[in-house]
Design a protein around this ligand. Structure first.
Ligand SMILES: *[C@@H]1O[C@H](CO)[C@@H](O)[C@H](O)[C@H]1NC(C)=O
Ligand SMILES: *[C@@H]1O[C@H](CO)[C@@H](O)[C@H](O)[C@H]1NC(C)=O
Ligand SMILES: *[C@@H]1O[C@H](CO)[C@@H](O)[C@H](O)[C@H]1NC(C)=O
Ligand SMILES: *[C@@H]1O[C@H](CO)[C@@H](O)[C@H](O)[C@H]1NC(C)=O
Ligand SMILES: [Zn+2]
Length: 954
């Protein structure tokens, strides 16, 4: 699944102060996704003072200054205290095969007539059959159990049927014990419902060219919603084969994981047919998918064994061509890289108008949010294209990591999501080498997850979970991004060939089965010992358990002796709120020196073992030459140095920064600033590093720099001296770079220019603001010319423009049929600083009959922010996002800096606040608030003094 992380999407130069109180009364009819009775909301609105609500950049370019983090309750055991031990299915039965027949009344009352047959093998004698089920009513008198393999398939008596809503169990009690080793067939008819909750078998709608509303039915099952479509053993390790039958009206089309086998009339129902699909390969329930729609497709036969089809509603199909090109290309790359072929005959990808996640890897039938899959080459920007390619690559990678070999339980879901995320970087780099994702990912992803993972309330990658709410919660940045970055570290310390060999062996020997992380370690260890890439006697498990079974990451401190030639190296957990703990890691050390300056050597030269608190290194250069550790930041750790070495680095950056690899320039900036924030390095040194930025023109270091400066601006509310300092760093670049993109600019130059525009305009540079406004006005005169308008310009135009500008942009949002443009307009609309428009917009966002799709609501709320949104969120908290509670936590994380800490605490400590699905988020919110306050108390003055000494005063 592709998930979006929206924490900190806004760059705010101003923090939270609620000035000028305007009371607005808004009548809200939609609470999140759910209709309830009309409610009144009285809001205090932030006034139109210069609270810069800057837009989000597309997620691949996110340069946000994410608030950071920090502290308390150890979350390493279980996400909450709930009794969770009995939530798993009994192990007595193993499903072998399902046959499903579903007739959804898409154009009627949305009911579904269902029939399921499940064949199972008895592992332990049992007198009941326990399956998962939710939102389903069984027709009890149709339930039937047959003992197979006996003559004439004897029928076994069913004593009673029971439903346990707390555990979502459907239990069939039998009058006898089922025999170990035998197989049985349970069948039952049932009724279900196409919900509007974007999960299970659900309905989605769109408006046709002639203005009529059209319905379709589609599925989203991961992690625990297959049970809403049919009773099943809904755990990932309980794989089975599936034969799906879907009834549809003849003018519609149905799709499932496998190719269509045959179509027959539905007896007695004119205009209806049954589609039967081929029997599937063995797979997990969460990967089953069905779609019934009136969509059309484009296909590609570029892959010689696999038919690729991209499906969309008829008017949007022209935008499916890029996906059709990228898909087969990336699939072939993965097949070669992993030494394993894709086992199915077809790969469908479908653009669904309402879709809660970004995309879902259902085997053979991937579902995507329309705005991600479809891409109009005439109007789409680089950012949109990047999201598309990366998402397609991510989902295709799941064909191996997740679909073929599946994490046995959700605690190891990083085996699916971390790999899909990492492989997506490789796939994207193959498809679009000029984007340099292998470099940008370090700054955009690793440095970002470092923020979250420096909180005590971060969590281990492999974490015990059992309740659906807990399972939902760990589809987060730790699982995806830290997972990917830990895998990147392995690829580098094992070397690429060993890594590939180990993966190929893991996939081939466990195909159609499930795996734990120990399985992965084992296959990689065998490859490493054959390749001789690890120290004698050390296994991958020895090294990796510490990275996946404990939260956080280390900081390595390199202290050179006075002659420079040797160093003491120590390590400890890096936490923003520094607390000592007993943590050990195996750390691969890599380094280079001033005279070598070779940043390519990313295999460990020295391993610092988990038990070693301190080691000694020799053969370092004399003291007038710097050393740099963690080359290209391939290791998942920070590095600190003695002050003398920091001084040498600062000097090198001033003299000739290009001598240092751009990733390491960004690393030096990010490490220095975060070390200073955690009290482990002086701000004098950290800000000293910044001075060279006047000469820096590259995207990677700038991204790291603005993220860190933005943190200080946010945490301090108002910091004019810092803004002046920032202006002095950015403006030379603005002048050198100019405002407009040139045709020959590389993707990274374009991305960097967007940062520069955003900050130059945001900091009030007149030339920038004039140009942005002129461009915005030109766009208003010629709105079809959308692709030339950078998101920062749209945002700026809304911020500085009047109501007419806002209304115009809103009309463009309504008018465009290019789904990928809609989120861009929505984010821009949220940039308004006019309190009346903001409250009107909020009203439109949450209006259930309004023009904003359910799946966009939480992101737009995050982007609007302010106490207005806070009031709405907290008032409706308990009913919001019932289909995915973790989203409300995401919204809260994104907007907490807009409200007073006491207000947040008051809400969080209120006993009536439902915290399910948000336990991690709540801890992270508290820790973030605490650390921001602590930063202001401890360091605001320090930074102000440094700025003053360097000629900047507030
Ligand atoms: C069903 O049988 C299993 C043993 O196979 C047992 O653990 C479980 O408690 C039974 N469930 C119910 C509801 O009786
Ligand atoms: C029918 O089965 C359901 C479980 O699906 C159970 O809750 C209900 O009590 C049963 N009704 C009767 C009359 O047995
Ligand atoms: C490092 O690798 C890059 C890209 O592969 C290459 O251009 C460069 O010459 C290498 N540098 C050294 C010092 O080997
Ligand atoms: C910029 O680079 C030049 C040399 O190219 C150097 O003289 C100057 O000190 C640098 N400025 C900063 C602020 O680092
Ligand atoms: Zn995924």
């Amino acid at each position: 699944m592709t998930f979006f992380f929206f924490t900190g999407i806004r760059i705010s130069f101003l923090g939270s102060s609620d000035m000028g109180i305007v009371s607005v009364q808004v009548v809200l009819r939609r609470v999140g996704m759910k209709m309830i009775a009309p409610l009144l909301l009285f809001c205090h609105v932030i006034s139109g003072l210069p609270g810069e609500h800057d837009i989000a950049t597309p997620s691949w370019t996110s340069t946000d200054g994410q608030p950071s983090l920090v502290h308390t309750e150890a979350s390493s055991v279980s996400l909450n205290e709930r009794e969770t031990s009995n939530l798993r299915l009994p192990r007595s039965l193993k499903p072998l095969h399902y046959s499903l027949r579903l007739q959804p009344f898409i154009n009627g009352n949305f009911s579904i007539l269902g029939y399921v047959e499940v064949e199972m093998e008895v592992l332990e004698p049992t007198s009941n059959i326990t399956l998962h089920m939710a939102d389903i009513i069984t027709k009890n008198d149709t339930a039937k159990l047959l003992a197979l393999e006996e003559e004439a398939n004897r029928e076994v008596m069913i004593r009673s049927q029971q439903y346990d809503p707390a555990r979502q169990f459907y239990v069939v009690h039998l009058s006898e014990f089922l025999q170990k080793g035998r197989t049985y067939l349970l069948s039952v008819e049932y009724r279900a419902y196409l919900s509007d909750q974007l999960r299970g078998f659900y309905r989605s709608t769109y408006t046709d060219v002639d203005g009529s509303k059209r319905n379709l039915a589609t599925t989203h099952f991961q992690p625990t919603d297959a049970r809403r479509a049919f009773p099943c053993f809904d755990e990932p390790a309980l794989k089975a084969t599936f034969e799906v039958h879907l009834a549809r009206e003849t003018w519609m089309t149905s799709l499932s994981n496998m190719p269509l086998a045959e179509t027959r009339p539905v007896e007695g129902q004119e205009g209806w047919v049954w589609d039967r699909f081929e029997r599937s390969v063995p797979m997990s329930t969460y990967l089953v998918a069905f779609v019934v729609s009136d969509f059309v497709f484009v296909k590609s036969t570029e892959h010689d064994r696999v038919l690729f089809r991209v499906w969309a509603r008829r008017q949007a199909i022209d935008a499916a061509h890029s996906a059709r090109e990228v898909g087969p290309k990336v699939m072939r790359f993965f097949e070669e890289f992993l030494g394993t072929s894709y086992p199915l005959a077809k790969q469908d990808m479908i653009a669904v108008p309402d879709f809660s996640a970004g995309a879902m890897e259902n085997w053979g039938l991937m579902t995507y949010r329309e705005s991600i899959l479809l891409d109009d080459p005439n109007t789409s920007t680089l950012g949109e294209k990047a999201v598309m390619v990366q998402t397609i690559s991510h989902e295709l990678a799941h064909n191996w990591f997740g679909n073929l070999v599946t994490a046995a339980w959700w605690n190891d879901i990083w085996l699916n999501e971390g790999f899909a995320t990492y492989m997506a970087f490789l796939g994207t780099d193959f498809a679009e080498p000029t984007w340099k994702v292998m470099e940008t990912t370090v700054i955009e992803n690793l440095q970002k997850v470092f923020q979250l993972d420096s909180l005590q309330s971060s969590h281990r990658m492999s974490i015990p979970v059992s309740h659906s709410d807990e399972i939902d919660e760990i589809f987060d940045m730790i699982t995806y991004t830290k997972g990917a970055m830990i895998i990147r570290m392995m690829e580098h310390y094992l070397d690429k060939a060993t890594f590939q060999k180990g993966l190929s062996s893991y996939l081939n020997s466990l195909k159609y089965e499930s795996a734990t992380q120990n399985d992965l370690w084992e296959h990689l260890s065998v490859a490493a010992s054959e390749g001789g890439t690890l120290p004698e006697g050390v296994t991958v498990k020895d090294i990796m358990d510490a990275w996946t079974l404990q939260a956080g990451y280390p900081v390595v401190h390199v202290m050179r002796t006075s002659d420079g030639s040797s160093a003491t190296v120590t390590k400890k957990r890096f936490l923003i709120e520094d607390i000592n703990g007993d943590y050990g890691w195996w750390v691969p050390l890599t380094c280079t020196t001033q005279s070598e300056a070779n940043f390519n050597q990313t295999r460990a030269v020295v391993w610092m073992k988990d038990s070693e608190a301190q080691i000694r290194l020799s053969s370092l250069p004399p003291k007038d030459q710097w050393v740099i550790f963690n080359l290209q930041q391939t290791g998942y750790y920070r590095v600190n140095y003695d002050d003398h070495n920091w001084g040498l680095l600062i000097q090198q950056l001033k003299d000739d920064h290009k001598a240092i690899h751009p990733i390491n320039r960004a690393q030096i900036i990010d490490d220095a600033m975060n070390l200073a924030r955690a009290g482990q390095l002086s701000y004098g040194i950290a800000l000293g590093v910044f001075a060279y930025l006047r000469n820096e023109t590259e995207y990677l270091p700038w991204t790291a720099a603005v993220r860190n400066l933005n943190f200080m601006l946010k945490a301090s509310n108002e910091f004019d001296a810092l803004k002046d300092f920032m202006s002095d760093l950015v403006l030379p670049l603005y002048e050198a770079f100019a405002f407009d993109d040139g045709d020959g600019d590389s993707p990274l130059e374009k991305k960097n220019r967007e940062i520069v525009r955003k900050w130059a305009c945001g900091l009030g540079n007149k030339d920038c603001m004039d140009k942005a406004l002129t461009l915005f006005r030109q766009w208003m005169l010629n709105p079809d010319n959308f692709s030339t308008i950078p998101p920062s310009v749209l945002c700026n135009g809304i911020k500085k423009g009047d109501e007419a500008a806002w209304n115009f942009t809103w009309r463009q949002y309504l008018k465009t049929d290019v789904a990928s443009q809609k989120p861009i307009f929505l984010r821009a609309l949220a940039c308004t600083t006019d309190s009346l428009i903001r409250s009107r917009f909020l009203h439109m966002v949450v209006d259930e009959d309004g023009d904003i799709r359910q799946h966009d609501v939480w992101k737009v709320l995050s982007a609007i922010g302010g106490s207005l949104t806070w009031n709405y969120l907290t008032l409706h908290w308990n009913d919001m996002f019932t289909y995915k509670k973790s989203y409300r936590g995401e919204v809260m994380k994104a907007i907490i800096s807009d409200v007073a800490p006491e207000q947040v605490e008051q809400f969080l400590s209120n006993k009536t606040t439902d915290m399910s699905g948000n336990h991690l988020a709540i801890q992270q919110v508290r820790e973030t608030i605490r650390s921001n306050i602590a930063w202001k108390e401890s360091y605001y003055e320090v930074v102000a003094r440094w700025l003053k000494d360097n000629g900047y005063s507030s």
